[in-house]
Design a protein around this ligand. Structure first.
Ligand SMILES: [Fe+2]
Length: 332
């Protein structure tokens, strides 16, 4: 049985995305129109008042399966058990409330723009990324549910549309990036821009940790739309990249191009700022947008968010590939 819903586009204050209001509370009937709504909204949906998920976490796993058959199951990955929901192994905990949890990102400096706004544009705002782009094939969709968000004025999630940013590229830049590949690095492997600027020598990779090339322009497998597919400081490889075949390193031609593209990508006209309320569910398409987290006061606030990741439809360029992040497959 499917559940009816009301879709309003775009998201308030943005040029893309949609708000989906469900006719009935989430329960047995699943809103199976969500994937189509996601494609039509340019890859970002807000479903407010999804509170039943807090009491029945299996609903989040069932919702995730609407978007594809492969929902990441953390029983099969070396992720610490404390980072995974105790009864629902598809739910990754994004929080400051468990041992070993990561703190929120630092505040940008200065914390506000000259006209008093939250900074969104790179490089003032850093941390823009698309989830797990250091894997081939990369994932498709992320679902992010607010059990206990930070105060609405902090801990926001920012989104920039890769579709709108690509469309607005000057023709010469479009031609320049058409066949270019970015080299995406797994955070923690020591390949980030900070490490490169500090002159560090990165440790050798295990085969399943290797940085992965990805097209800068991705063609969406469902909509056929083209979108910029890029990350910046910590999720690109600044030793061998950031672009394949260009001068590498943090001072090279590749770095200059990446800075230009990311500043273009994250202009406020392409950005949506989500201020969280408890029970909000966001669904985003990693194939056509980037996102960034913002600071909150982890000393005073306890934040608990649940995330699932769906994969299985990255597009024909990845057809038949082994999974780069699984040790026994990467080593073959
Ligand atoms: Fe993310």
């Amino acid at each position: 049985m499917s559940a009816s819903m009301d879709v309003t586009r775009p998201l308030p204050g943005a040029a893309f995305g949609a708000v989906v209001r469900l006719a009935q509370p989430l329960s047995v009937a699943m809103p199976d129109g969500l994937p189509q709504a996601l494609a039509e909204a340019g890859g970002l949906l807000l479903v407010p008042d999804a509170h039943p998920i807090s009491r029945a976490p299996e609903l989040l796993a069932r919702l995730s399966r609407l978007f594809g058959p492969e929902v990441e199951d953390y029983r099969h990955l070396p992720t610490g058990r404390h980072m995974v929901h105790e009864s629902q192994p598809e739910i990754y905990l994004v929080t400051n409330t468990v041992p070993g949890a990561r703190p929120p990102p630092a505040r940008p400096q200065p914390p506000l723009t000259t006209d008093g706004r939250l900074p969104v544009q790179y490089p003032h705002r850093k941390g823009w990324h698309t989830d797990q782009s250091y894997r081939r094939p990369p994932p498709d969709i992320s679902l992010f549910y607010a059990v206990t968000p930070a105060d609405r004025s902090r801990g926001q999630t920012l989104f920039a549309s890769g579709i709108l940013a690509y469309e607005a590229l000057p023709a010469a830049l479009k031609a320049r990036v058409e066949t270019l590949q970015g080299l995406h690095a797994q955070p923690g492997t020591g390949r980030g821009r900070k490490e490169a600027l500090a002159g560090q020598t990165p440790r050798p990779f295990a085969p399943h940790e290797r940085s992965q090339p990805q097209p800068v322009v991705r063609v969406h497998p469902v909509t056929g739309q083209r979108a910029l597919y890029l990350c910046e400081y910590g999720q690109m490889d600044w030793f061998d990249g950031p672009f394949v075949g260009m001068q590498p390193g943090p001072h090279g031609d590749g770095a200059a191009l990446l800075d230009e593209l990311m500043a273009h990508y994250t202009q406020p006209r392409f950005v949506y700022v989500h201020e969280w309320s408890a029970g909000d569910l966001l669904v985003w398409d990693n194939r056509c947008l980037v996102h960034a987290a913002t600071w909150y006061d982890a000393e005073k606030e306890q934040r608990l968010m649940w995330r699932t990741t769906v994969r299985g439809n990255p597009g024909p360029i990845y057809a038949g590939e082994r999974r780069s992040w699984i040790a026994r497959e990467a080593a073959v």
